[in-house]
Design a protein around this ligand. Structure first.
Ligand code: B1M
Length: 208
């Protein structure tokens, strides 16, 4: 349509700014919210995830991308709410009890959301009961635990056990700087990823 005449960057826009304006424009041109999300925004976010994994971009660029995506998503939100755009599923995330680090958790959260998932972010210092009640509230949700301290990795074990006891079929992902796959096995969690991209790939594979 008409969008092609001005894509990728209309002359009135500088540099790479404009996810906000381009999304609005694409909607005005009659491009569906679903296509804007899956063929535009999500493709961009996936590229960012891969570059971040490869150390080609860093935390500030990822945060900028997530901010651009969130701004663009404001235009798409009405279509989500009307059910026109389908989410892949729900992902519940939180930094575990005793741990207040949230930068990594927020990045993971934004990347998962950017890949088409509804994200329920429980924040930091999240206790087992809070995870359990969130999973009960959101049927079939996947859950992710983040920990940055060797001391709070202990909370991960406690929380994973509580989740598995209350909802045996719930899938638990773990991550954060001190976490390893050996530790994941030891505590009975389902998946470990050192970066957001690996988690996104795991989640997408579950619904493919
Ligand atoms: Co803290 N801190 N901190 N800190 N802090 C570390 C983690 C530390 C390594 C610094 C050090 O001593 N060298 C150390 C931990 C040592 C250890 O246990 N091994 C430490 C300590 C000791 C502490 C305090 C105890 C300090 C004190 O008070 N004595 C205290 C604890 C507070 C608490 O939590 N109860 C504390 C406090 C703080 C601040 C509040 C000052 C601040 C946090 C601010 C905030 O988050 N809002 C802070 C910060 C900023 C850091 C460092 C500098 C940076 C952490 C960070 O945000 N990294 C950190 C040292 C360092 O790493 N250089 C440090 C960037 C972020 C993008 O990476 O969180 O690893 P990360 O997330 C990554 C991956 O791990 C992964 O994806 C992300 C993107 O790649 N990932 C997942 C994360 N979660 C995932 C979940 C997944 C999958 C992947 O699936 C579910």
């Amino acid at each position: 349509g008409k969008i092609n005449k001005v894509a990728p960057f209309p002359p009135q826009m500088k540099g790479q700014d404009g996810a906000d304006e381009l999304t609005r424009q694409a909607l005005d041109e009659g491009i569906s919210a679903q296509r804007i999300l899956t063929e535009g925004l999500m493709v961009g976010m996936e590229k960012v995830g891969i570059k971040f994994r490869e150390n080609k971009v860093f935390v500030p660029q990822v945060l900028m991308s997530a901010k651009a995506m969130s701004t663009a998503m404001i235009h798409l939100k009405p279509f989500f709410l009307s059910g026109e755009v389908k989410e892949k599923g729900t992902f519940i995330i939180g930094t575990v009890e005793g741990d207040l680090h949230d930068i990594g958790k927020n990045l993971v959260s934004m990347m998962v959301e950017g890949n088409g998932w509804k994200v329920v972010d429980l924040g930091t210092d999240v206790k087992a009961e809070q995870f359990v009640s969130a999973i009960k509230e959101h049927q079939n949700a996947f859950v992710g635990l983040s920990a940055l301290l060797t001391t709070t990795m202990v909370s991960m074990e406690k929380i994973t056990k509580a989740i598995k006891e209350a909802i045996p079929e719930a899938k638990v992902a773990v991550g954060g700087a001190p976490v390893t796959d050996d530790f994941r096995k030891k505590i009975g969690a389902d998946v470990y990823s050192p970066d957001p991209q690996g988690l996104v790939e795991y989640l997408n594979a579950q619904v493919a």
